[in-house]
Design a protein around this ligand. Structure first.
Ligand code: HEC
Length: 150
């Protein structure tokens, strides 16, 4: 009895797919092809893409608008590394005694040294090494550092 059921089931399964008419078979084939289609496809230059999937032009990134940093922002990003802890003899931010003899040279001299570099007891690189920053940004940072000890 069990064997008979198995045989009948097997016959039913064999029968599946054979009763399809031409349009059903075509649909079935298309569905299978869609399922087993490779995930990505490679196109060589000049080859057409599938019309259903045109190449999408990516939007051009807008140029970032350069905004000037404030004195404290410049100090924190470009000067703090040395002037925060006095690296290499740098006068420490807020240390009035260290800044007094420098301020005595006049703000013009300090500005010039901040922009173009200075060496006496150590080495102050031009613009603290941030030559990408504008002159006014550097001068704002000098003013901020000087104001802190006055
Ligand atoms: C790589 C370390 C370093 C960085 C970064 C740095 N400085 Fe200096 N700075 C020094 C040193 C060292 C001195 C002391 C130089 C000397 O007297 O020989 C100095 C001195 C100065 C002086 C005094 C110059 C003088 O005539 O006495 C000013 C003003 C100054 N720095 C401003 C700045 C500013 C503004 C920045 C950030 C844009 C900055 N520094 C970043 C190391 C640095």
């Amino acid at each position: 009895m069990v064997a008979l059921v198995v045989v009948v089931l097997a016959m039913n399964m064999l029968d599946m797919g054979q009763g399809m008419d031409a349009s059903e078979a075509e649909e079935y084939r298309a569905a299978v092809e869609a399922r087993i289609r490779p995930f990505g496809q490679v196109y060589m230059p000049g080859e057409e893409t599938e019309p259903s999937r045109p190449i999408v032009e990516t939007a051009i990134e807008p140029e970032p608008v350069a905004t000037a940093m404030s004195g404290p922002q410049v100090y924190n990003t470009a000067c703090l590394a040395c002037h925060g802890a006095g690296i290499g003899g740098a006068p420490i931010f807020g240390d009035a005694a260290a800044w007094a003899p420098r301020i005595a040279k006049g703000i013009e001299a300090l500005n010039d040294h901040a922009l173009n570099g200075f060496t006496d007891v150590g080495y102050m690189p031009p613009k603290g090494g941030r030559v990408d920053l504008s002159d006014p940004e550097i001068l704002d940072a000098v003013a901020y550092m000087v104001a802190e000890v006055q």
